[in-house]
Design a binder for this molecule. Sequence first.
Ligand code: NAD
Ligand code: DAO
Ligand code: ZN
Ligand code: ZN
Length: 368
Amino acid sequence: MKTRAAVAFGAGQPLEVVDVDLEGPRSGEVLVEMMATGICHTDAFTLSGDDPEGAFPTILGHEGAGIVREVGADVKSLRPGDHVIPLYTPECRECNFCLHPKTNLCQAIRETQGKGVMPDGSSRFSLDGKPLLHYMGCSTFANFSVLPEIALAKVREDAPFDKICYIGCGVTTGVGAVVYSAKVEPGSTVVVFGLGGIGLNVIQGARLVGASKIIGIDLNPKRESLGRKFGMTHFINPNEVSNVVEAVTDLTRGGADYSFECIGNVKVMRQALECCHKGWGECYIIGVAGAGQEISTRPFQLVTGRSWHGVAFGGARGRTDVPTIVDWYMDGKINIDDLVTHTMPLADINKGFDLMHAGESIRSVVIY
Ligand code: NAD
Ligand code: DAO
Ligand code: ZN
Ligand code: ZN
């Protein structure tokens, strides 16, 4: 079949919206009609050419929501008509990672996914007879895409696609880091570095679990009002204090119970560790730093009971946890509507990237 897609032909070039060829689903695969997709920083990172795993030509996008249109042989858990959210972190429920209680990093299809192909090593997308690569196993910047069954979470049918697509990455990454990874207890003090599409979701996760103090830190003063709307109780602008770590320890009587770095800046990752409380404070790294960068601190920070952790996709096991997060949205426990700041048709997808680079959007969503 043909499908309309925004193709990334090369690093640093705008996406080109064209009709491409799409083969039907093979064994264990599913054809999904995408109804909406968010545009995330990770798409921009790969498009920029800075992503060491990035390869072209490819169809980017990993934050979608859609409807199953066809299933390949041996697909047991999905059927046409099901509403689904693609998972760049799949959940096979069989590999040694899925069976281990401490991780969500299913490895069943990791190798082929990283190379931009389906688990059998081939691509379903092509243009003029030449293959186009898949991206993060999702390629949600195509109106139709083929995905492995284990990379699709089945969700309720009354949830709006243009909002729940954000659960495919940003919402789950932020809220999940609090709920599934850190397991923040009610009454805890929480510090969030970077109040963008991820950090604001960490804030609402902290509110959801009943944190007593939620301190947001951002260089952009415009992020303060949005942060407060999502549950932030205190705001620090690093440009307005002499020392960020001291500012946090003053507000928390010696340090935070939990901190989250949502920027990808290795210097801030150090601040995030060192503002944690001696003896028990836990720092979670969510931001992805540039290739080759390293973190540092005095080891005594760790000896004295602060700890550094990292988390991908909020520690969520997608097929199990994503439907629950959709329920939280539908029950009004989390707010997505105020984070989807812009919508556009696929033809205008490059405008979504421009808004992101200008710091004007939290989330732009393409509606098919
Ligand atoms: P964003 O650009 O929307 O937000 C970053 C915020 O940090 C901005 O508001 C910016 O003003 C602020 N900021 C920048 N430098 C700062 C500094 N020195 N001190 C304080 N604030 C500063 O980005 P985002 O979409 O929220 O993504 C954040 C990070 O999370 C990125 O690195 C992204 O790649 C990563 N990410 C990780 C995962 C994961 O699973 N671990 C998933 C998605 C995204
Ligand atoms: O198992 O090695 C692996 C893959 C982990 C992928 C985690 C990606 C998380 C950070 C990238 C940002 C996602 C949009
Ligand atoms: Zn993302
Ligand atoms: Zn697995």
